[in-house]
Ligand binder design. Structure first.
Ligand SMILES: Nc1ncnc2c1ncn2[C@@H]1O[C@H](COP(=O)(O)OP(=O)(O)OP(=O)(O)O)[C@@H](O)[C@H]1O
Ligand SMILES: [Mg+2]
Length: 234
């Protein structure tokens, strides 16, 4: 067996992140090690300001660690330039936000289609077939022509999930995806994420403040002051 086969899908090795705000340094992540297996559904908890979004952004290739190495599959994201990182992200990672971030003037269909417009190798009919499949996967085929204002919060988040998976990335990151939803809509989102992990083999990292939401994941880790801790206070 080669090394790659035995290694975790995501490997964070001694990663730190420091921001410079004026003359003040902020270090939201310190010497962090993390392994995530392929297909794992991981929940990340921790107090406000503990570095959860910072870590998610590094794993999603939106930002890069100040020190240390961050491997996803066979790619070291720490060593990439901005263009390589953007290209990697478009192919491999879908991001789901707390407040959906849909484009208000576009329909559900058009919102989901957006990431596919970057892929010039796809024909219009191929693109449309992918959007239709994503709409069906989130059970919103009948809301295709609705704009975000014509959808409930739970439906908006399902459109956002369809947009995140339409390019078929192996990795999904979600930052408090149920944070703005009522219990029932939140439950639907968690069931959808579980199905994406169990039935579609997606690796999912979900930040949440809700321990009940975290129960949907196969594993829960806690961050405190930029480090993973065993005995969490949250
Ligand atoms: N771009 C940035 N520039 C400067 N400081 C930042 C930046 N992003 C985050 N920080 C700081 O890093 C720390 C961690 O922020 P982060 O957003 O990762 O926390 P969080 O755990 O996601 O919190 P919350 O639960 O409130 O969303 C905070 O002190 C924040 O002010
Ligand atoms: Mg956050």
């Amino acid at each position: 067996m080669t090394n790659l086969e035995t290694e975790a899908y995501i490997r964070c090795r001694n990663i730190s992140k420091t921001y410079l705000k004026g003359k003040t340094e902020v270090t939201p992540l310190r010497a962090l090690d993390l392994d995530v297996q392929k297909g794992e559904f991981l929940a990340l908890m921790g107090p406000s300001g503990s570095g959860k979004t910072t870590l998610l952004n590094l794993i999603a290739g939106i930002d890069q660690p100040t020190t240390g190495d961050l491997w996803v599959d066979d790619k070291n994201l720490s060593g990439m330039n901005r263009a390589q990182l953007t290209d990697w992200r478009a192919k491999h990672c879908g991001y789901i936000f707390q407040l959906y971030h849909l484009v208000p003037i576009l329909t559900a269909f058009e919102n989901i289609e957006l990431p596919l417009l970057l892929d010039k190798s796809l024909s219009k009919s191929e693109r449309h077939a992918k959007v239709q499949a994503a709409l069906e996967l989130v059970s919103l085929a009948d809301r295709s022509d609705h704009r975000p204002t014509e959808l409930s919060g739970g439906q908006e988040q399902r459109v956002a999930i369809a947009r995140a998976i339409v390019s078929d990335p192996e990795l999904l990151v979600a930052d408090e995806p149920t944070g703005d939803l009522d219990k029932e809509s939140g439950r639907q989102i968690l069931d959808l994420l579980s199905a994406l992990s169990n039935e579609h083999g997606k690796t999912i990292i979900m930040v949440t403040h809700d321990s009940k939401a975290a129960d949907a994941a196969g594993k829960v880790l806690h961050l405190e002051k930029g480090q993973l801790v065993e005995n969490a206070i949250t």
